[in-house]
Design a protein around this ligand. Structure first.
Ligand code: ATP
Ligand code: MG
Length: 144
């Protein structure tokens, strides 16, 4: 039913739940998992584990933080008995990278967390999951 599932990860707990659920579905349906993460300047300090007071991370730091998020996601997937077909580190805004990957692999489902690392008070969904759910042509699942 679901041949190719795109899973968007940002290092947050909701995204980790999304990944676990996607791995479970992949086991049931024999689906491929395609991971995607777009490193963002504002969340790099969290991903590399530095304190709140931080000089602006350079491009290398951002790329390194991105690889860490992907590596952690691959480990979570492995623990669920799932090996992603590919892991993409995006270079644009997250929604654009997620939507591009959905198109490229012709995914039939995208799984995201409902919220991520940001904190836009008063919204039911974060801006990334909102944009993707509005624009994606495939089934979208947002995981609490
Ligand atoms: P906002 O970013 O608008 O402040 P938020 O961080 O609470 O809000 P989103 O950013 O929409 O919420 O995150 C929801 C889900 O979108 C995450 O759980 C993850 O699945 C995906 N996502 C968010 N940011 C990224 C990213 N940089 N790369 C890949 N996926 C992401
Ligand atoms: Mg966010």
């Amino acid at each position: 039913m679901f041949e190719r599932i795109v899973v968007a990860v940002d290092g947050s707990e909701p995204a980790k739940h999304a990944l676990s659920l996607a791995c479970d579905l992949a086991g049931k349906y024999g689906s491929e998992i395609h991971l995607v993460h777009s490193p963002q300047l504002e969340t790099t300090a969290i991903a590399v584990g530095s304190g709140a007071v931080e000089i602006k991370p350079d491009a290398d730091k951002i790329a390194e933080a991105g690889r860490k998020v992907i590596e952690e996601a691959e480990n979570i997937a492995a623990a669920e008995g799932c090996k992603p077909a590919q892991s993409v580190v995006g270079s644009h805004d997250p929604a654009t990278d997620i939507l591009d990957l959905i198109e490229t692999v012709k995914a039939d489902m995208v799984v995201m967390g409902r919220r991520g690392l940001g904190s836009v008070a008063g919204l039911l969904m974060g801006s990334v999951s909102q944009k993707v759910s509005h624009r994606a042509m495939c089934t979208c699942m947002t995981v609490k």
